[in-house]
Design a protein around this ligand. Structure first.
Ligand SMILES: [Zn+2]
Length: 93
Protein backbone atom coordinates (compact mmCIF):
# COMPACT_ATOMS: atom_id res chain seq x y z
CA UNK A 1 0.00 0.00 0.00
CA UNK A 2 1.37 3.35 -1.00
CA UNK A 3 1.30 6.02 1.66
CA UNK A 4 1.59 8.88 -0.79
CA UNK A 5 -2.13 9.37 -1.40
CA UNK A 6 -3.02 9.17 2.28
CA UNK A 7 -0.19 11.48 3.31
CA UNK A 8 -1.14 14.07 0.71
CA UNK A 9 -4.78 14.03 1.87
CA UNK A 10 -3.87 14.79 5.49
CA UNK A 11 -3.78 18.61 5.14
CA UNK A 12 -7.21 18.55 3.49
CA UNK A 13 -8.69 16.38 6.21
CA UNK A 14 -6.99 18.46 8.91
CA UNK A 15 -8.96 21.46 7.68
CA UNK A 16 -12.18 19.47 8.23
CA UNK A 17 -11.04 18.53 11.73
CA UNK A 18 -10.51 22.21 12.55
CA UNK A 19 -13.85 23.10 10.98
CA UNK A 20 -15.41 20.55 13.30
CA UNK A 21 -13.67 22.13 16.29
CA UNK A 22 -14.75 25.64 15.31
CA UNK A 23 -18.37 24.81 14.50
CA UNK A 24 -18.80 22.08 17.09
CA UNK A 25 -21.92 19.97 16.91
CA UNK A 26 -23.34 22.09 14.11
CA UNK A 27 -20.50 21.36 11.67
CA UNK A 28 -21.91 18.14 10.29
CA UNK A 29 -25.43 19.60 10.08
CA UNK A 30 -24.15 22.63 8.16
CA UNK A 31 -22.01 20.44 5.88
CA UNK A 32 -24.87 18.04 5.18
CA UNK A 33 -27.38 20.84 4.63
CA UNK A 34 -25.12 22.32 1.96
CA UNK A 35 -24.50 18.88 0.45
CA UNK A 36 -28.19 18.05 0.11
CA UNK A 37 -29.32 21.55 -0.86
CA UNK A 38 -26.49 21.95 -3.33
CA UNK A 39 -27.22 18.60 -4.92
CA UNK A 40 -30.88 19.51 -5.37
CA UNK A 41 -29.90 22.90 -6.79
CA UNK A 42 -27.36 21.22 -9.08
CA UNK A 43 -29.98 18.80 -10.39
CA UNK A 44 -32.38 21.67 -11.02
CA UNK A 45 -29.65 23.61 -12.80
CA UNK A 46 -28.79 20.58 -14.95
CA UNK A 47 -32.44 20.20 -15.95
CA UNK A 48 -32.48 23.86 -16.95
CA UNK A 49 -29.07 24.08 -18.63
CA UNK A 50 -28.64 20.62 -20.09
CA UNK A 51 -25.39 20.11 -18.19
CA UNK A 52 -24.53 16.62 -16.96
CA UNK A 53 -26.73 15.95 -13.91
CA UNK A 54 -24.11 14.07 -11.89
CA UNK A 55 -21.43 16.70 -12.54
CA UNK A 56 -23.80 19.52 -11.63
CA UNK A 57 -24.95 17.82 -8.44
CA UNK A 58 -21.36 17.06 -7.49
CA UNK A 59 -20.16 20.59 -8.23
CA UNK A 60 -22.98 22.33 -6.37
CA UNK A 61 -23.23 19.89 -3.48
CA UNK A 62 -19.62 18.90 -2.94
CA UNK A 63 -16.86 20.88 -4.59
CA UNK A 64 -18.61 24.22 -4.06
CA UNK A 65 -19.44 23.38 -0.45
CA UNK A 66 -17.63 26.17 1.45
CA UNK A 67 -16.17 23.65 3.87
CA UNK A 68 -14.69 21.74 0.93
CA UNK A 69 -13.57 24.90 -0.83
CA UNK A 70 -11.57 25.91 2.22
CA UNK A 71 -10.04 22.44 2.47
CA UNK A 72 -9.25 22.28 -1.25
CA UNK A 73 -7.46 25.60 -1.06
CA UNK A 74 -5.44 24.52 1.95
CA UNK A 75 -2.69 22.82 -0.03
CA UNK A 76 -1.87 21.00 -3.21
CA UNK A 77 -3.80 17.93 -2.14
CA UNK A 78 -4.95 15.33 -4.67
CA UNK A 79 -8.48 16.73 -4.71
CA UNK A 80 -7.12 19.79 -6.48
CA UNK A 81 -6.71 17.60 -9.54
CA UNK A 82 -10.43 16.93 -9.37
CA UNK A 83 -12.17 18.47 -12.30
CA UNK A 84 -15.76 18.70 -13.34
CA UNK A 85 -17.26 19.78 -16.62
CA UNK A 86 -20.10 21.47 -14.82
CA UNK A 87 -20.26 25.23 -15.19
CA UNK A 88 -21.36 25.26 -11.54
CA UNK A 89 -17.83 24.46 -10.45
CA UNK A 90 -17.11 28.16 -10.22
CA UNK A 91 -14.20 28.34 -7.83
CA UNK A 92 -11.66 26.40 -9.88
CA UNK A 93 -12.46 27.83 -13.29
ZN1 LIG B 1 -13.03 17.46 2.07
Amino acid sequence: MSGDLNASAVPHENVHIWQGRVFGDTFFKKYLTWQVGGSVAGAAYAAYSGDNVADSMDAAGYTNNPFETQAFLSNSDPYNSYDSDSSLQWWRK
